[in-house]
Design a protein around this ligand. Structure first.
Ligand SMILES: [Zn+2]
Ligand SMILES: [Zn+2]
Length: 347
């Protein structure tokens, strides 16, 4: 008897010792499919529930079905080069059937198999939509201003900042940080929020862009799972002036460039100098540079500039501020001082 000759004890064919490949395949359950799986989707926002955790998804039902079917196919660990084909068919709105075909190699023998997987579609309101529908909240941001009401620009920016932070947090998977609702009140804007995390980020960002300061006022509401539950009021107080406001302080017009804590950075519109002064809310507000009018420079004569008034079409003469380069035929930006009827050049 030669040493390398060996026979399969089952079929008598050649083998490398013990059962041959063909007989081993026959004895191996190499393809197992879960016959029925369930998928739970939120009918309101389309999130998917996996085990007990909800996640947002961009996948449509067919892609989800294919992915779920793939996860329900279990191959023996010795299968090599598996090629899995999945064809889905929606039988009803609640039921999809996936036909699975598998080809591969097992113990050097090519194998082929098939199975059918049924996917049941279930609907359930997700954690976020339940909280949202119930008006859940953990805090309120109150956007107010010192000695005035926040104007439509500031309210619009506050709203836009809040929404963009909400989008970013949702995108990053912080599902339970959202804006419960927004209310425009007589004094400003209230933004009702579902978590402290989103409250902190929105208030920080609003103050960073619009100035002012924020103070937080927590109130103990009770206990949940042994942890203290607080509702926090984020009181945002915008400064008395906005960035870009033109204010007459003493007799001189200034543009407000920045207001931080108790100081303000101003630009002197008469001589073009910048300085930082103590917060002073006593000035007379002329408007904001966003509302500046465009006017044509009719002539320049030494230190005197002639401006064509865009309202009356009369040419009016003013001393030309040295920080602005005027030339005939170009446009300048100005605000009007209703008290002195002067033009205040802002750019
Ligand atoms: Zn055999
Ligand atoms: Zn939902």
């Amino acid at each position: 008897m030669s040493i390398q000759e060996s026979f399969c004890p089952k079929c008598g064919g050649p083998s490398e010792g013990g059962l041959c490949g063909r007989c081993r395949v026959e004895q191996t359950e190499w393809l197992v499919c879960d016959p029925r799986i369930e998928s739970v989707r939120c009918p309101t926002c389309g999130s998917l529930k996996y085990k007990s955790k909800w996640t947002d998804t961009d996948r449509d039902q067919q892609e989800t079905a294919e992915e779920l079917a793939l996860g329900a196919v279990h191959l023996h660990e010795d299968v090599r080069h598996p090629d899995i084909g999945i064809a889905t068919r929606d039988m009803s709105p609640n039921r999809t059937v996936a036909q699975v075909t598998v080809a591969g190699t097992l113990y050097d023998v090519p194998v082929k198999g098939a199975c059918t997987i049924e996917i049941a579609w279930k609907k359930e309101q997700c954690d976020r939509c339940c909280m949202f529908a119930g008006g859940y909240y953990e805090g309120v941001l109150q956007l107010r201003a010192t000695g005035r009401k926040p104007d439509p620009f500031e309210i619009g920016r506050g709203m836009a900042i809040a929404r963009s932070i909400e989008d970013a947090m949702q995108e990053a998977g912080d599902r339970l940080s959202f804006i419960t609702r927004t209310d425009e009140t007589r004094d400003g804007l209230d933004i009702v929020i579902s978590s402290q995390h989103i409250g902190q980020r929105i208030s920080r960002e609003i103050v960073k862009e619009l100035g002012g300061r924020v103070t937080t006022h927590p109130k103990l509401m009770g206990e949940k799972d042994g942890k203290a539950v607080y509702r926090v009021t984020y009181a945002i107080r915008l400064p008395c002036y906005q960035k870009g406001d033109v204010v007459v302080l003493g007799k001189r017009p200034y543009e407000i460039r920045e207001m931080v804590s108790s100081t303000m950075k101003v630009f002197d519109l008469t001589d073009g100098s910048s300085r930082v002064i103590h917060e002073d809310c006593s000035g007379r507000l002329l408007g904001n540079i966003r509302q500046a009018e465009k006017a044509l420079v009719a002539f320049l004569d030494g230190d005197i500039v002639g401006i064509l008034d865009p309202k009356t079409f009369e040419t009016r003469e003013f001393p030309a501020p040295p920080w602005l380069a005027f030339s005939e035929g170009t446009e300048v930006l100005l605000l009007r001082d209703p008290e002195t009827e002067r033009f205040i050049f802002v750019g």
